[in-house]
Design a protein. Sequence first.
Length: 405
Amino acid sequence: MRTFVYTAKDSAGKVIQSTVEADNPKAVMEALRNEGFYVVRIVERRRPFNPLVLIERMFKIGLKELTIFSRQFALLLNAGLTLAEAIDTIEEQTQNTSFRNVMHKVKLDIQGGETLHMAMKKHPRAFSTFFVAMVQAGEIGGALDNILERVAQFYENELELKHKVKSAMVYPTIVMIFATAISLFMLMYIVPQFGAFYEEFSGGEAQLPQLTRSMIRLSDWLVESWYWLLAIPVFIVLFIKFRNSKWGHIILDPIVLRIPIFGALARKVSITRFTRTFGTLTQSGVPILEALEVSKNTASNNVVQRAILYVRERIREGESIHAPMKRTGVFPPIVTNLISVGEEAGNLEEILFKISDYFDTEIDATIRGLASVIEPMMIVIIGGLVGTIVISLYLPIFNLVNVIK
């Protein structure tokens, strides 16, 4: 939420100047007009620079902290503590300074009369739209402690899913880093020594095999222009930033889904996140359209997000859930068929959780298959890189009589 200073006139022509908190100037304009004011000016109040706030904005609160927070919050509320007392108790025990500052601000807002979900909404880097929507549903339904238990369970499942995906990527990443380091070491330190040896005995490169000459030239270029290697980490950082940007998702996400094995894994991860979030929200009493809007943000692929947005718009126009879902072509038949059954039977939330559990199992199977493919592939890649360098170095020795004259 941002703070705006506005100047307006009431029906009697009296000039009023005050401040209000809102998401944007348009929201301020609409609120004042609804109250019968004529808006003269709206200016955002700039807060003084605070390095602590800047540091806080750089880091998101981790799922582990949110899981513990949700569990403890639910337990304290169930024990009869007020919202402010429960948050104050958790704040004293929290080791994360950033999260402790957020909780302190939330507590002050609650003591000032704000609802819990509105106080949390001011801190999007700590509390996601999913968390805020769940808390709002809990406040409306009077079952905040039960809702927080569901949130904790949801985040535990998310942590487990992230661990699975990371475990699939750690091995090939480490292997590729070591393979690159070994290749660079051989090219920049071993090859030059062999190159000098052959230069001394042959008087030039002319009599060396083509592969050996190419490897020596590559080695010479790396030794002389080593500073170009510094561009590699810069390129990786820039690529990651672009990948996480809006246009990065728009351009690269469709490509990701087409990559063998990895594409299937990405699709399954997006679907299980969507169905678990959608099921948790609807089970907690959040309206379907709002639940879809929040769930869309949890799907980690832009193609799936656009498909969910399309489904939401069709539901707004009066359609069922499964029919537009099927037309997108993004969701597998098992998803659309089960959701159709859930709609007809009136147990959509239960079906959504079953779909999520099914794809969790599928993700496990995909990761195991990925590991069985990656391991021999890594062996071939490393063997190919190192083997090519070694063969290029020892190839002239097999024809030593022709090289040394």
